[in-house]
Every structure is written in structure tokens, then in C-alpha cells.
Design a protein around this ligand. Structure first.
Ligand code: C2E
Ligand code: MG
Ligand code: MG
Length: 697
């Protein structure tokens, strides 16, 4: 390239605006100007007032208005600003200059506002026209009233209108009614000369459907004028993206099973409701709802039925809701309702009662008719708490209280409940350490045969020696341990130690005696449960026939297939199987035949009822008859009085366990008791009271 062509090229580049028409400069850290280069008409005067070596921090410097901006840049920030120097406006930018990690100076530039506002040379106009005509985006120009003065042909492809149908029309006639207000506000800001971030809104197509557009707008101003003269916009069809966004939003905020708001949206709604109540000084109620025994339904009828039920519950709840109330599903069988603007707590009771009523009619699922009841906890803002977390916690605590009271009811939160909940929490954490701290102990209660006077077995009953609360009976901690899963290691401990103890009695020269161990449902459901039992037997070298496992009736009823399989394996191992608390489950009796059982234990409540006359005796009699017909042993639990012994014996139930024989004892007492062979002595004494019974034997 010869010198001449180079020069021509340069001139042509300059005409097109390259390099940018600006004044460029560099400064040292001290503010001293080290370089200056001006390439624009409107900054020439400013450039000639500056000198290399002059400090910008010097008040006589023509750029001294930039002192604060330079300090900012020296602190590491990139700065862009508009400043007035003399009568002119300049747009300034400054960037820190770095050497390794330290800032050694600033480089920057300034461009006169007039320079920007200068009309474009004719060749540029042509370029822009071409871009506009061929762009897939819609390019539009409006005047100050929102009347379209130009639109690119791409509008026809996106919105169906020909440009001539739109030019001369008001842009506001095409907005979706819901977006109109926002758009008017933005338009006003644009006219005031403020640049606009991209905005999304819906606009009506020619076929009356709506399309989502994303638009960037720029005001076109007269040089130095504050108000814009026109607005130019570039809009892109984002309907697809918007639909995907909406789908994602739905997924993120709504529960796919019931279509109710999910936990995330619920929290958001509650937060807003609290702010509204705070602002308007109103009251709101939060209802927390959990279905009673939902797990049983899921386990016995399957997840499909469970899902159908949850959908049914959601439907009934939304039917009941007022406009503006939020019904949400937090997960599982937990639902919440936010009631805004309630006047008194009674308003919340009214809704809770209505919900209980609505749930009464049975749900029809897969041919089953199912009755389900909820437990509801209620808390009030601002009466009980003022923040979201506490309100949720309160409602949950109150819900648990309804459950404890038997379910199918509602309960308002009270302060005392928190203390209880705290106590539960402490107990749970103590329970976690109880095993490693060796705080459990087994107690033993003998079972005797009224015929032979001999001991037929001993039940192992766990106790927790709590460091502060003393001896705790299983009722105080087993339900907890079951809830938290801690029952698995605790139950395993009880099983192993019971077997070892039974073996120790033999090692003390006593005749072999069977040990009965209580099992919880969760232990039984463990995959390796049969192996655990086999291990306990081999560790202790106890004969499998000397181990009896007590299972609850409700477990058998709810898990027929699994129970059959596991019970058969245990039976094959040689262990004995009994059904504890028999008569309290709500199952049909037909299943009993399917399992390889040995013993039914009549629940102590029926034994107690024996004292209340013939009515109370009927159930005990029926259980005895049933057991006999199935060839099972029957043992009565909780036998306390001579009258009970007398009655049971007269009906053919010869085996008893209870305070009448002995309360549960610690291991050393049990050993002594066995050595004394106390059972024979007790019966001997009692028989003297009933000569006719002794005769009939
Ligand atoms: P359960 O198996 O039905 O045990 C009988 C309960 O009745 C025992 O209560 C026993 O102390 C009590 N009892 C015995 N004779 C009489 C009597 O004449 N009158 C009265 N009123 N009560 C009597 P305990 O020891 O408090 O155990 C309660 C329950 O805790 C047991 O009921 C059992 O279901 C459970 N349990 C005990 N130990 C364990 C264990 O190691 N694992 C599991 N999973 N549960 C256990
Ligand atoms: Mg038991
Ligand atoms: Mg029992």
C-alpha cells in the first residue's frame, strides 16, 4: 500500500467515525497527565487548554472537575459520567491502569455531547436503513404522543400487520390491558431522556392473539435538550421463551400432584400476607393441616390411592377457600391455609370447622370408600407471633397437639405448647446418646401357667435410666424412638441383651426359660431383620426355641405380605411368635391363620374390664375361644387380682402375666426370684382361697 492510499483510507475511516471522535488521555497515580490525543472537533478547545505534565488535581487544570472521578478510578473502579465544563456537556469514561496487581494510573477519554447528537453522514443513513429493512427484529420510531412514524417490514412476520397499517397509529392501542400501565410509565421516562432497560410485554397480533415482545428503547434528543424528540425501539418476539419461563415458574411454584401452591410459593404468599397485615393493622390466621393415619393408607392401599386421596383433599380444601385465601401443599399429607383479614379467632374456628365438615364424606378411590380426617393447628398474627418462621412453627406445634388428642379436630396455638415441644426436643437429643452412655436397662416380668404352677416365660421390658428424670417407662420414649428411627439400634440392643440374660440364667444352673422380646414395626421392616435375630441367637448361644418375639396386631394387619414372609423365616429359625396387645387392632381375624403364630396375648384393657361385669368379660371370652380354635396359646396380660385369675382360669386361659404374679424386676431380682421359684409359692397360697378350683384341676 503506498503512502497516498494509506492517507485516503485514513480519511475515509475518520469520516465513518473511526477512531471515535473523542479526546483521549492518560494520567499517573499522582494525577499528572502523561498522554493526550484529540480526534474530535468539539473537544479541540478543551484539548488545547491541557498540557502534558500538568496535574489534574491542580485546580487550574481544565479537567479538574474530574478529580473525584479519577480518585474513584484509582481505587479500582471503572467510571462513566457526564460532566459540564464551561457551557458544554461531556461524556467521560475512566479505567484504572494496572501493573501486576497494583494500580499505576488511569486512562480515559471524553466525548462532547454535541458530537454524539451530530446528524449521521448520508452513507451511514443508508447502512442503517438496510439493517432495519432486513432485520428479523421489529424496529420502530414513535413521536412524543406514541404515534408510530416508522416500522420495519419484519412487523408483518411477527404481528401480521403491514407497516402501513401501523404507521400513524398509537402504540398504546395494541398493548395487552394488563401491561398498559407499566408501558405508559416507561414511555414517560423515555421522553424525559432516560434510557430504558429491556422490557417485556404483550402486544396484540392482527389475529387478536397476543405475542410477548422484548423491547430496548432509546430516546433521540436534540443536542443538549433534556426532553427526547422521538423514541426508537428494537423489539424481539420472545413468546417461546416466555412460555418456557412460565412453565418453569409453574414447576417451581406449584405442586404437580394437586396443582396447589407448593412450599416455596406458600412462603412467599405468607411473607406478603404478613406485610399487608402489618401495614393495614389487620389479623391473619395460619392453619396447618395434616391427615390422620395417612401413612397407613399409603402403605396398605398403595401410592396410587394415596395420590388420589391427596388430590381429593386438595379439591375439597380449595372449594372451601374464599377468594384471596391461599391453600397450599407443603409436601406429603401436609396442607396450609392462610386466612387474611380475619377479625376474631372465631373466624378461624369457623373455617377449621368447615374443613372438618368437608372432609367427612368418604373419598372413593379405586373402588374403596375411605374416611379420612385431618388434624388442624391454628396460629394468629400478630397475637401469637409476628414473623413467618414462628408462625409456621406454632401452627405445626398446634397441629401435633390436635393429633395427640386423637385427630379430627382443630387446636389453637398456646404458649404452653412451645415448652412441651422444647421438652420433646431435649428428650430426643438425650435419647440419641442414651445407648452410648449405657442408660438402658432391661426389666423382666415372669409369665406363669396356672395349671402346672411353673414359669413358662419371661418378658423383657426396657427402661431408660435418664440422668435427670430417673427411670422412664417405655411409654415415655418408645413412641419417640419409633418416630426418629432410634428404635432400630435400641431394639437391637434389647434383643441382644435379652438373649444374653436368658443364657445367663442357664449358666446359673436354672432350667431353661423362654425370654419374650417386644418388637416395633420399624425393626420388623428392616431388610436384614432375620439376620439380626440369628446373630443375637448365635452370639448368646441361646436355643432359638427359647426366644419369643412379640409383634403388634396392627403390623400384621397392615403388611400382610411382608409379615407372612418374615414370620415364616423366623419360624424356620425356630423362634416363637406371639401377638402382643391382641384385640386392640382393628383388623379382620382371617389373617391370623396365614401366619405361623404360637401365642395371643390378651391386651390388659380387656383383663381390666373383667372387673366391670359380664359385658367386659365377653371380649376376653371371645379371644380365648378364637385362640383355642386356631390352636394358639393364650396368655392374659396385666392380671392384678385374684378375681381376674379366677375368671380366666374358669374360661380355660391358664397363662397369666401381671402384678398378681410379679411386677417387672431388674436382672438381679429376677435371678433371685427364679432361684426361689416364687411362682409355685404364690399359686399355692392363692389356691387355698379357692378350694373348688383346686379340686377341679
Ligand atoms: P407390653 O409389651 O404390652 O408390656 C406390658 C406392659 O404392662 C409393661 O409396661 C408392664 O410393665 C405392664 N404391666 C405388667 N403387668 C401389669 C399389671 O398387672 N398391671 C398393669 N397396669 N400393668 C402391667 P411397660 O414396661 O411400661 O411397657 C410398655 C410397653 O412398651 C410394652 O407393652 C411394650 O409394648 C413396650 N416395650 C417395652 N419394652 C420394649 C422394647 O424393648 N422394645 C419395644 N419395641 N417396645 C417395648
Ligand atoms: Mg409385650
Ligand atoms: Mg402387651
Amino acid at each position: 500500500m503506498n503512502q497516498d492510499t494509506k492517507q485516503r483510507e485514513k480519511t475515509s475511516l475518520r469520516k465513518r467515525g473511526y477512531p471515535p471522535r473523542a479526546l483521549h488521555f492518560s494520567l499517573e497515580q499522582s494525577g499528572r497527565l502523561t498522554a493526550l490525543r484529540n480526534s474530535a472537533e468539539h473537544t479541540r478547545e478543551l484539548a488545547s487548554a491541557l498540557k502534558i505534565g500538568q496535574s489534574l488535581f491542580d485546580s487550574s487544570c481544565a479537567l479538574s472537575v474530574l478529580q473525584d472521578h479519577v480518585k474513584q478510578a484509582l481505587a479500582g473502579e471503572a467510571v462513566a459520567s457526564t460532566v459540564q465544563i464551561g457551557d458544554d456537556l461531556f461524556h467521560v469514561w475512566l479505567t484504572p491502569v494496572q501493573n501486576d496487581s497494583s494500580i499505576i494510573g488511569v486512562s480515559g477519554g471524553c466525548i462532547a455531547d454535541q458530537e454524539i447528537a451530530q446528524p449521521l453522514p448520508a452513507e451511514h443513513l443508508l447502512d442503517y436503513q438496510l439493517i432495519s429493512e432486513y432485520s428479523s427484529d421489529i424496529i420502530t420510531k414513535y413521536d412524543l404522543q406514541g404515534i408510530c412514524t416508522y416500522v420495519s417490514p419484519s412487523i408483518e412476520r411477527v404481528l401480521g400487520y403491514k407497516p402501513e397499517e401501523i404507521i400513524g397509529q398509537s402504540v398504546f392501542d395494541y398493548f395487552h390491558p394488563n401491561d398498559l400501565k407499566t408501558k405508559r410509565r416507561l414511555f414517560r421516562r423515555l421522553l424525559d431522556g432516560e434510557a430504558d432497560d429491556p422490557v417485556c410485554y404483550r402486544i396484540r397480533r392482527k389475529d387478536d392473539t397476543y405475542v410477548w415482545l422484548e423491547t430496548v428503547s432509546k430516546p433521540i434528543r436534540e443536542p443538549l435538550a433534556r426532553q427526547g424528540r422521538e423514541i426508537i425501539t428494537v423489539s424481539r418476539d420472545i413468546t417461546r421463551r416466555k412460555e418456557t419461563e412460565e412453565r418453569l415458574l409453574r414447576l417451581a411454584n406449584f405442586d404437580s400432584l394437586t396443582r396447589l401452591p407448593n412450599r416455596a410459593l406458600f412462603r412467599d404468599r405468607l411473607r406478603r400476607a404478613i406485610s399487608r397485615a402489618q401495614r393495614n393493622k389487620t389479623r391473619l390466621a395460619l392453619l396447618f393441616l395434616d391427615l390422620d393415619r395417612f401413612k397407613n393408607i399409603n402403605d396398605s392401599l398403595g401410592h396410587h390411592a394415596g395420590d388420589q386421596l391427596l388430590r381429593g383433599v386438595a379439591k375439597r380444601l380449595t372449594q372451601n377457600a374464599r377468594k384471596g385465601d391461599t391453600v397450599a401443599r407443603l409436601g406429603g399429607d401436609e396442607f396450609t391455609v392462610i386466612l387474611e383479614n380475619i377479625h376474631t379467632p372465631d373466624d378461624a374456628s369457623l373455617v377449621a370447622n368447615k374443613i372438618l365438615e368437608l372432609m367427612e364424606p368418604p373419598f372413593r378411590l379405586d373402588g374403596h370408600e375411605l374416611v379420612v380426617s385431618p388434624s388442624i393447628g391454628i396460629t394468629l398474627y400478630p397475637d401469637d407471633a409476628e414473623d413467618m418462621r414462628s408462625l409456621l412453627k406454632n401452627a405445626d406445634t398446634a397441629m401435633y397437639r390436635s393429633k395427640e388428642k386423637g385427630g379430627n379436630r382443630y387446636q389453637f396455638y398456646t404458649e404452653g405448647m412451645n415448652a412441651r415441644a422444647y421438652e420433646h426436643l431435649v428428650l430426643e437429643s438425650n435419647l440419641r446418646h442414651a445407648l452410648e452412655r449405657d442408660q438402658f436397662e432391661l426389666y423382666f416380668q415372669p409369665q406363669i401357667d396356672l395349671h402346672t404352677h411353673g414359669i413358662i416365660g419371661i418378658e423383657a421390658l426396657i427402661r431408660w435410666n435418664h440422668p435427670e428424670r430417673g427411670f422412664l417407662s417405655p411409654d415415655k420414649f418408645v413412641p419417640f424412638a419409633e418416630e426418629t428411627g432410634l428404635i432400630i439400634p435400641i431394639g437391637e440392643w434389647a434383643l441382644n441383651n435379652a438373649c444374653l440374660e436368658a443364657k445367663r440364667w442357664q449358666e446359673n444352673g436354672l432350667p431353661p426359660v423362654r425370654i419374650a422380646v417386644n418388637l416395633s414395626m420399624r425393626q420388623f421392616r428392616q431388610k436384614m431383620f432375620v439376620d439380626l435375630v440369628a446373630n443375637a441367637l448365635s452370639n448368646s448361644e441361646l436355643d432359638p426355641h427359647l426366644l419369643e418375639l412379640e409383634i403388634t396386631e396392627s403390623f400384621l394387619a397392615q403388611n400382610v405380605d411382608q409379615a407372612t414372609k418374615v414370620l415364616r423365616q423366623l419360624h424356620e429359625l425356630g423362634v416363637q411368635l406371639s401377638v402382643d396387645d391382641f384385640g386392640t387392632g382393628y383388623s379382620s381375624l382371617s389373617y391370623l391363620k396365614r401366619f405361623p403364630l404360637n401365642t395371643l396375648k390378651i391386651d390388659q384393657s380387656f383383663v381390666k374390664d373383667l372387673d366391670s361385669g359380664p359385658q367386659g368379660a365377653t371380649i376376653a371370652e371371645a379371644i380365648i375361644a378364637l385362640g383355642k380354635s386356631l390352636n394358639l396359646n393364650i396368655i392374659a396380660e396385666g392380671v392384678e387380682t385374684e378375681e381376674q385369675v379366677f375368671f380366666l382360669k374358669s374360661r380355660g386361659c391358664d397363662r397369666v402375666q401381671g402384678y398378681f404374679v410379679s411386677p417387672p424386676m431388674c436382672a438381679s431380682d429376677m435371678l433371685r426370684w427364679l432361684k426361689d421359684n416364687r411362682s409355685r409359692r404364690i399359686l399355692f397360697e392363692q389356691e387355698a382361697l379357692w378350694p373348688e378350683q383346686a379340686d377341679s384341676r
